[in-house]
Design a protein around this ligand. Structure first.
Ligand code: GLC
Ligand code: MG
Length: 560
């Protein structure tokens, strides 16, 4: 292969005149030697010689012109001005785009976590579904009914306590925080339930009961025998069996919150039953024990906790009498929680630090995507909104109507069931639904001899049994709660033939159908579950939301 030099070929180190420019009649070249063809250099240079910048401005630019010429052109106003305009326009557009992007990101609502999207459904395990026919609901029973949550489009399930317990307060008196009560099943049953829930995309929230244990808890037995490590695990003070109690503090369930313990020869504090001694959270070992228990369950994979009775966790150490609501009442007649202002037994300084510490524990287990661990606290500061607000990490969690209060149909009236469910599902926040409220179950009547609840045994009118009756699944025996025996731990409500899940699923005007519709609506209408509220029309009978493509427009209430 040869590299024979062609006559026309441009040689390295030489430049050639731009052919386009040569075609121009009065165009010229510049005097730069690089632009001339060798040989023509001398003759042409005289003709095209240009001495001043002014002369250059007469010339038109051409392709391949040398840098020096280009610079002369580029500084001319007709090139410079459009160039600068374009430059600043590009800068302005870029800045606007960046600004717009930041604004859109800043204004866009954050992705909601699982606990904000779905309502929380509270299962009271004794009453939900009894799989083995002993009259009491159990974990396997809950597992049998997971389809109900799929039907309702509910993803978060809070299950009231199923720890090992002597059941003096139906599981809120815990004997072992790391074990399951045989009445509800085994640890294996729990693990199976959790695995199946997770495989169905459901989240499990447990009750956590930090304020007290059962008096049958190992720690209490060691504390009453003054074991050096455990002696301060509970709140003890000197008193004797016959003398007046150390102060006027009363239990939530009535009567003094102090009980004399013969083994130790001192009184211990219990803000609930005497079988529920209060833990001493001023003892660092107690704090550590409770945090370890939280870790135990988080490691098992539970998705969050409902923290029970938190405002009672700390008490004043000075043990002074609490102020009486009616100062004229004789001190010996002070027996109920309503008689005192609870300045020394509730919401003490340090409580929120403790709750924040627990929240931080949840956070440390929330790092994988979709594994946010939820924490909600029970709060009963009805008339003190500021106190209640101190528990909030986010502003949009609604307080639940829980298993200690009458059902909606019985407190507000059957007529209001639909409208209360509607408010619950359409107001901002995360709603909580207590089992049975989705079908409008009513309280049962419990005769004195049928009372099960310890609070009811102190005071029949305070009994919480009426709102804890078995879930009404169908019009079968025992409303389908269990169909193996005739026993149920509390009577089934006699209205179960019409008020039950099976019947209401067939009726598109039922409380259940309305609940499920509203829940779908809440989850598909961003404004509803994000806490914005837009409506097209509202009057005394009708609330109309903006139309969404592809969905039938609801107007409620349509039959209430
Ligand atoms: C909470 C529970 C209630 C229980 C009490 C004592 O208030 O909701 O059911 O009796 O704590 O643990
Ligand atoms: Mg306490």
């Amino acid at each position: 292969m040869s590299f024979k030099k062609e006559p026309d070929a441009m040689e390295l180190g030489e430049c050639t005149r731009n052919p386009g420019y040569q075609d121009e009649e009065d165009g010229g070249s510049v005097s730069d030697s690089n632009t001339a063809v060798p040989g023509e250099k001398e003759e042409d240079s005289a003709a095209v010689k240009l001495d001043s910048a002014e002369e250059y401005t007469q010339l038109k630019p051409y392709a391949g012109m040398p840098k020096e010429v280009l610079l002369l052109y580029s500084s001319q106003a007709r090139y410079r001005v459009p160039r600068e305009i374009l430059f600043w326009l590009t800068v302005a557009c870029t800045l606007t785009l960046v600004g717009l992007t930041i604004t859109v990101i800043a204004l866009s609502p954050r992705c909601l976590s699982w606990w904000q999207v779905s309502p929380v459904y509270q299962v009271y395990p004794r009453s939900f579904k009894d799989s083995d026919g002993d009259g009491v609901g159990d974990l396997k029973g809950i597992q049998e009914k997971l389809d109900h949550f799929e039907y309702l489009n509910i993803k978060s399930i809070w299950i009231s306590p199923f720890y090992r317990s002597p059941m003096k307060d139906f599981g809120y008196d815990v004997e072992d925080f790391r074990d399951i009560d045989p009445l509800f099943g085994t640890m294996e049953d729990f693990e199976e339930l959790l695995a199946e829930m997770h495989s169905k995309g459901l989240k499990l929230i447990m009750d956590f009961i930090p304020n007290h244990t059962s008096d049958r808890h190992r720690w209490f037995n060691l504390s009453r025998t003054r074991d050096p490590h455990y002696k301060d695990y509970y709140v003890w003070t000197d008193c004797n069996a016959s003398a007046p109690k150390p102060n006027n503090w009363v239990s939530v369930f009535g009567n003094s919150s102090w009980t004399y313990d013969e083994v130790r020869g001192q009184c211990y504090l219990h803000q609930f039953l005497k079988e529920q001694p209060d833990l001493n959270f001023r003892n660092e070992h107690v704090r550590k024990e409770m945090t370890d228990i939280i870790h135990f369950w988080l490691k098992k994979g539970v998705d969050g906790f409902r923290m029970d009775a938190v405002k009672h966790i700390l008490e004043a150490t000075h043990l002074r009498d609490e102020p009486q609501v009616d100062p004229n009442k004789p001190p010996e007649s002070i027996t109920t929680e309503w008689d005192l202002y609870h300045d020394y037994t509730t919401s003490q300084v340090g409580l929120h630090d403790l709750l924040r510490e627990w929240r931080a524990e949840m956070d440390s287990y929330s790092r994988e995507p979709g594994r946010y661990r939820f924490m909600v606290t029970e709060s009963y500061d009805y008339h003190e909104v500021d106190k209640t607000m101190m528990y909030y990490g986010t502003p949009l969690v609604k307080e639940s109507w829980n298993h200690d209060r009458p059902r909606i149909a019985s407190s507000a009236g059957q007529t209001y069931v639909r409208v209360i469910n509607m408010l619950l599902l359409t107001l901002p926040g995360t709603p909580t639904t207590y089992y049975g409220e989705e079908i409008g179950m009513e309280n049962i009547n419990v005769t004195d001899s049928q009372i099960q609840d310890p609070a009811g045994k102190y005071n029949a009118s305070a009994s919480r049994d009426p709102e804890r009756s078995p879930m009404q699944w169908s019009d079968d025996l025992n409303a389908g709660f269990n169909n193996k025996t005739n026993t149920t731990w509390l009577p089934v409500h006699p209205d179960y033939r019409t008020v039950n899940v099976e019947v209401q699923m067939q009726d598109e005007d039922s409380v259940l159908s309305q609940y499920s519709f509203l829940n779908d609506l809440r989850q598909s209408h961003l404004p509803l579950h994000r806490g914005w509220f837009c409506y097209v029309h509202a009057d005394a009978t009708c609330l109309r939301l903006p139309q969404r493509a592809g969905r039938t427009q609801p107007s409620f209430p349509h039959s209430a």
